[in-house]
Design a binder for this molecule. Structure first.
Ligand SMILES: [Ca+2]
Ligand SMILES: [Ca+2]
Length: 120
């Protein structure tokens, strides 16, 4: 068996690395988040409205505050109005809150964004 030249092996390795990088999700290369994309899957759909409802009802934990940050489409804290605005956006009845647009700031940490205390 003929041995491959070293430069050919290096070239193949570089091509493989570039091919693997192109398979990564676009969201991982982009910074920030998409307004209204509560679950962080890169799109705004009814699953985001449902996730916000589950966080509000304390059925889903939001330990790092990221769901609340991405789902708070009107910047006044996470509440049922955000659900309504996302639902209206989905039926193209509202877009004044820039839902679906990328926000370039970094994901929040728990210290930066706290959910309001809701007594039981
Ligand atoms: Ca989503
Ligand atoms: Ca809000």
């Amino acid at each position: 068996m003929k041995k491959k030249p070293l430069f050919l092996s290096i070239l193949i390795s570089i091509a493989a690395a570039i091919a693997m990088m192109s398979l990564l999700p676009a969201a991982s290369a982009a910074t920030g988040y998409i307004r209204g994309d509560a679950n962080g899957d890169g799109k705004v759909d009814i699953a985001d409205a449902t996730m916000i409802q589950m966080v509000i009802a304390q059925m889903t934990p939001d330990t790092d505050g990221a769901i609340a940050k991405r789902g708070d489409v009107d910047d006044n804290g996470l509440d049922v109005a955000d659900v309504t605005k996302i639902q209206r956006y989905l039926v193209e009845a509202e877009d004044e809150n820039h839902i679906g647009e990328r926000i370039t700031e970094q994901q929040p940490t728990r210290d930066e964004y706290e959910l309001p205390f809701v007594p039981c």
